[in-house]
Design a protein around this ligand. Structure first.
Ligand SMILES: *[C@@H]1O[C@H](CO)[C@@H](O)[C@H](O)[C@H]1NC(C)=O
Ligand SMILES: *[C@@H]1O[C@H](CO)[C@@H](O)[C@H](O)[C@H]1NC(C)=O
Ligand SMILES: *[C@@H]1O[C@H](CO)[C@@H](O)[C@H](O)[C@H]1NC(C)=O
Length: 529
């Protein structure tokens, strides 16, 4: 995360708007609400969204997030990926500007001492890594001090409440990664892709109105837009980076080390650094709206203003209702993990590995036998299918409206898995005439199930070497081929195809390609923050 310097800049940008934040409608447009039918229809998407939330892997593959969650960063945490922060710890402008201020004493603030109105950088001394000058292309570089960046490290002193936007929500693309922010939260159809300042201002105005500390997003790495930078943060240190850092970085070995670091988060950010309130999941998937689809990924572009407003009202309602206080949280990701864990490898093996009828029978009996009651009449195995489908959910007690919708979606998926497996069992195990042809039929049916499930687990590489990473495109890095088939890469091959027009994966919109070139990395995409 969160490039300390980026955080600071975003926070400062937000100060100006915090007091003028327009009031947000509190009423929920009740005539338009979440529906069980929509949860059923979008069940497979919902299941995968829960599986991928706060995970770099699935959120890079399914990069168009449609869901929002209330999350908490516990006290005494903040630094996420130091390599990500390093990207931003470079000077923005050269020439004539004073160097960043020396680090202030460790305890820069406590929330009580610095209520919002006092949060003016002139009043106290928050670290301001970027000098507040206009962009200048001056090559006059007689002040060597400006050639340095500073890496600021913080600890949280109080739990931070953030709105997490799933998918690759920090990716500046025209592919749908910004839909939740621009279309849903900002209700803005004209905001350009490269509008991080406008986006941060608008999101921070919402955060201020809803009582949140900021927004959690993901690109190649997770990051926070921390709106009120002096609240709940303790500066641990500010260390000067080498002067030549800006150049020769983060290409080649540099980019390999960066990818290597964020790839550690494929399965989650770890160590409880972010706690997700699963019952707070508000999603475009809950609503009977026309979610367009682009390259197999949902979009909000076709959803009307009234509907978007209705969904946003629900986000606000949930945030206000769930923030703080005691609440029971169902670990839905844990439930989904159990399902994926039980079936992912077996399904793949049955489709790709099994060679004989006998082996297929063994696999099916192995996975289904436990659900069959051999003493009971069970027409079409309906009871067994029910037990199989509810194996991991029967003990769960949903609480919120969203919990109920999640449960519905998960059980649609598990029912689909179980009924398909029993259908295949009929052909392969129960049919006395079963032969090699039955194995082919079984594989076809199971292949169809896998196509429906679209689990990102199946895109994982087989073991890579110790000096390699399994590479999947993570904004702004990546090539089309690797999105289709993530593959093992080493320090030499890591950036193959990333920047060529015809092979690069990410489309960051017209007119802005120069920003996304070899010499421009995420740190440069923050415009004039
Ligand atoms: C400092 O500036 C001088 C003259 O502009 C330049 O030759 C030198 O390389 C700079 N040193 C660093 C460390 O940037
Ligand atoms: C949309 O965003 C752009 C860029 O920040 C801004 O200029 C414009 O005023 C916004 N429009 C609305 C309707 O908020
Ligand atoms: C890196 O991978 C490429 C492509 O697989 C291979 O040709 C090359 O030898 C590897 N380099 C190293 C240093 O392992």
């Amino acid at each position: 995360m969160a490039p300390a310097s980026r955080l600071a800049a975003v926070g400062l940008a937000a100060f100006a708007t915090a007091s003028t934040a327009t009031s947000i409608p509190i009423t929920n447009s009740l005539e338009f609400g979440p529906s069980e039918a929509a949860a059923r229809q979008n069940a497979f998407h919902i299941f995968n969204a829960i599986h991928s939330a706060m995970r770099q892997w699935g959120s890079s593959l399914n990069h168009n997030g449609m869901s929002l969650f209330l999350v908490t960063v516990p006290a005494e945490w903040l630094a996420f990926e130091i390599e990500h922060a390093e990207l931003f710890a470079h000077p923005r402008w050269q020439g004539g500007k004073p160097p960043p201020p020396p680090p202030p004493p460790p305890h820069i603030s406590s929330p009580q001492q610095h209520p919002l109105p006092n949060l003016n950088p002139a009043h106290h001394n928050p670290p301001t890594p970027f000098s507040s000058s206009s962009s200048s292309s001056s090559t006059n570089n007689n002040n060597n001090a400006t050639a340095h960046g500073y890496l600021h490290t913080y600890l949280t002193t109080t739990p931070l409440h953030l709105l997490y936007l799933d998918g690759t929500s920090a990716g500046n693309t025209a592919m749908g990664t910004l839909d939740t922010q621009d279309l849903l939260l900002r209700l803005n159809r004209t905001a350009p892709v490269w509008d991080e300042t406008g986006r941060a201002r608008a999101l921070c105005a919402l955060a201020a109105a809803w009582g949140l500390d900021g927004v959690l997003r993901m690109e190649a790495g997770f990051e926070v837009i921390k709106c009120d930078f002096a609240r709940g943060m303790r500066l641990v240190g500010a260390h000067q980076r080498p002067a030549e850092r800006r150049h020769g970085h983060p290409r080649d070995v540099g980019s390999f080390e960066f990818i290597r670091a964020v790839a550690r988060r494929y399965g989650g950010i770890g160590a409880g650094r972010v706690v997700v309130d699963w019952g707070s999941m508000v999603s475009g998937f809950w609503y009977g709206v026309q979610l367009g689809e682009e390259e197999g990924m949902p979009r909000l572009v076709g959803v009307g203003e009234r509907e978007l407003r209705g969904i946003r009202d629900r986000v606000e309602e949930v945030v206000r209702g769930r923030k703080g206080g005691e609440k029971r949280v169902v670990d839905w990701q844990g439930v989904v993990d159990l399902v994926v864990g039980r079936y992912a490898d077996r399904l793949r093996y049955m489709v790709e590995g099994v060679e004989s009828l006998q082996e297929m029978q063994g696999e099916l009996n192995g996975v289904l036998d436990t659900h069959i009651d051999y003493a009971a009449e069970d027409e079409g195995h309906q009871a067994a299918i029910g037990r199989c489908a509810r194996d991991y959910t029967m003990a769960v007690a949903p609480e919120t409206q969203e919990d109920h919708l999640i449960l519905t979606a998960i059980e649609v998926v598990t029912h689909s898995i179980c009924s398909t497996l029993f259908e295949v069992r009929k052909v392969v195990v129960e049919d006395p005439e079963a032969g090699e042809g039955s194995v082919r039929v079984a594989k076809e049916v199971l292949r169809g199930l896998m196509d429906k499930l679209r689990w990102t687990r199946w895109k994982e590489c087989a073991a890579c070497g110790f000096n390699e990473v399994c590479f999947v495109p993570m904004w702004p890095f990546g090539d089309k081929e690797s999105h289709e088939r993530p593959n093992c890469r080493n320090a030499t091959s890591i950036n193959k195809g990333w920047w060529e027009q015809e092979s690069r994966y990410w489309d960051s919109g017209p007119g802005m390609t120069p920003l996304l070139g070899k010499d421009n990395v995420p740190g440069d995409t923050m415009g004039d923050l």
